[in-house]
Design a protein around this ligand. Structure first.
Ligand code: CDP
Length: 364
C-alpha cells in the first residue's frame, strides 16, 4: 500500500499520473473475447483490467424466480483474488454484493427486458486487476458485453467517478486519489443523461456534487465515444445502420404490442357499448311491440295456469275486458275462465295490481 502523497495536483495543474483534473485515464476495449459467452468485453482503464461476460437470455431456474412479464437481469461483480495487492478472499463479500446490486440497477432503463419474460440475463464482471474505479470500469465493460450478446437496449450506459483531492474536484480517480482523497462519487448514466448510479464516499458540498455530476457527465461522453468506436469497429458502419434498424424494429414490436393491448381494451369497450345499445333497442322494440309482448305474456300466464296458479275472478274479468280491447272479437277464442284473459292482463298484471292497490289506498 502506498502512503498518502503530500500533494495530488502540482503547480501546473497536473495530477500524479500526469492527467489534468478533467481527464479520464486511457481506456481500451475489445468485444467478443469469450467464445462460450453470448457476449463479452475486455476493458482496460488505466491499470484496471476487467472482463465482462453476458449469458442469456436463457430460461431462469428455479422457476419461482421467473418474472412473468420480463427478464430478470442478474449482475455479478467480482474481484479476482489476485486483483489487488492483498489477496482478496474468494466469494461474495458485503462490498461485492452491494456493488453487484447497484451496478445491475444501472442498466434498468436501457435493457429491454420485456422481450424475454421468464428468462434471465446474467452479467458477470470480473476484475482481474484493480486500480480504483473498478465498479465503473465493470459497468463500461458490461454495457459492451450486453450489446455483444445482442440484448435489445435503448442505449448505452457509461460510468465514471469524480472525487476531491487538494480541495479540487478531479475526474476518474486513480488509486492514491481514491484511497487518500476527500471524496469519491461514482456515477453511471444513459446516453440521455439519466443518472442510473450515484454513490458517495467522503464529504462534498451540494455545490461540489452538482459540479461533480457535470464533470462525470463529460467523462461519460468520452466513454460513450469509446464504446461507439468499439461497436463500429466490431460491426462496421453498415452493420451499425442495421443495428439501428433492428432497434427501430424492436421498438415497433413493442409499440404494436401496446397497440394490441389498446385494441383489446377498445373492443371490450365497444362490446359493452354495443350490448348496452342493443338492450336499449330491444326494450324500445319491446315497448313498441306491446302486442307481441302481451301475446308472450299470455303464453306465460297460460303456462302458469297449467301449473295450477289460478287467476282470481277479478283478474279474469279485468283480463277479459282488456283482451277484448286489444284483440277485439277474437278474444272469444281464449277461454277466459282458463286464464286467457291473461293477454291483456298478464301484460298489465303487475301494473294492474299496483294500480288496484293504489286505487285501494286512495279509496281508503
Ligand atoms: O474500485 P472501486 O473504486 O469501484 O471501489 P472501492 O471500494 O472504492 O475501491 C477502490 C480501490 O481499492 C479498488 O479499485 C482496489 O484497487 C482497492 N481495493 C483493494 O485493494 N482491496 C479491496 N478489498 C477493495 C478495494
Amino acid at each position: 500500500m502506498s502512503d498518502k502523497p503530500e500533494k495530488f495536483i502540482d503547480e501546473n495543474g497536473l495530477r500524479l499520473d500526469g492527467r489534468r483534473v478533467d481527464e479520464i485515464r486511457p481506456m481500451t476495449v475489445e468485444m467478443g473475447v469469450l467464445s462460450r459467452a453470448d457476449g463479452s468485453c475486455y476493458l482496460e482503464w488505466g491499470n484496471n483490467k476487467v472482463l465482462a461476460a453476458v449469458y442469456g437470455p436463457r430460461e431462469l431456474h428455479p422457476r419461482r424466480l421467473q418474472r412473468p412479464s420480463e427478464a430478470l437481469v442478474r449482475y455479478r461483480y467480482n474481484m479476482a483474488a489476485f486483483s489487488v495487492e492483498d489477496r482478496i478472499r474468494p466469494g461474495p463479500s458485503r462490498r461485492s454484493t452491494e456493488i453487484s446490486k447497484v451496478s445491475g440497477e444501472a442498466f434498468e432503463p436501457v435493457v429491454m427486458k420485456q422481450f424475454y419474460p421468464g428468462a434471465v440475463i446474467d452479467v458477470f464482471a470480473e476484475v482481474l486487476q484493480a486500480d480504483a474505479g473498478t465498479r465503473t470500469a465493470a459497468i463500461n465493460a458490461a454495457t459492451l458485453a450486453l450489446v455483444d450478446a445482442g440484448i435489445p437496449m435503448k442505449g448505452l450506459v457509461a460510468s465514471c467517478a469524480v472525487g476531491k483531492v487538494d480541495g479540487q474536484l478531479v475526474l476518474d480517480l486513480n488509486k492514491p486519489e481514491d484511497n487518500y482523497g476527500d471524496a469519491d462519487l461514482p456515477i453511471a448514466m444513459t446516453e440521455d443523461g439519466e443518472i442510473t448510479l450515484l454513490q458517495m464516499d467522503g464529504n462534498l458540498t451540494a455545490d461540489e456534487i452538482a459540479k461533480g455530476i457535470e464533470m462525470a457527465r463529460k467523462g461519460c461522453e468520452q466513454i460513450f465515444a469509446i464504446q461507439k468506436e468499439a461497436l463500429l469497429s466490431k460491426f462496421g458502419t453498415t452493420d451499425e445502420e442495421e443495428l439501428l434498424k433492428e432497434a427501430e424494429l424492436q421498438a415497433e414490436l413493442a409499440t404494436s404490442e401496446d397497440e394490441a393491448e389498446d385494441v383489446e381494451v377498445v373492443s371490450e369497450v365497444v362490446s359493452e357499448v354495443v350490448s348496452e345499445v342493443v338492450s336499449e333497442v330491444v326494450s324500445e322494440v319491446a315497448l313498441e311491440g306491446e302486442d307481441d309482448e302481451l301475446e308472450d305474456e299470455v303464453d306465460e300466464d297460460l303456462e302458469l295456469q297449467d301449473e295450477g296458479e289460478a287467476f282470481t275472478d277479478d283478474e279474469v274479468e279485468n283480463a277479459s275486458d282488456e283482451a277484448e280491447d286489444l284483440f277485439g272479437e277474437d278474444v272469444s277464442e281464449f277461454d277466459i275462465n282458463e286464464g286467457t284473459e291473461s293477454e291483456g292482463d298478464s301484460s298489465s298484471e303487475p301494473e294492474d295490481a299496483e294500480s288496484n292497490e293504489d286505487e285501494g289506498e286512495k279509496n281508503e
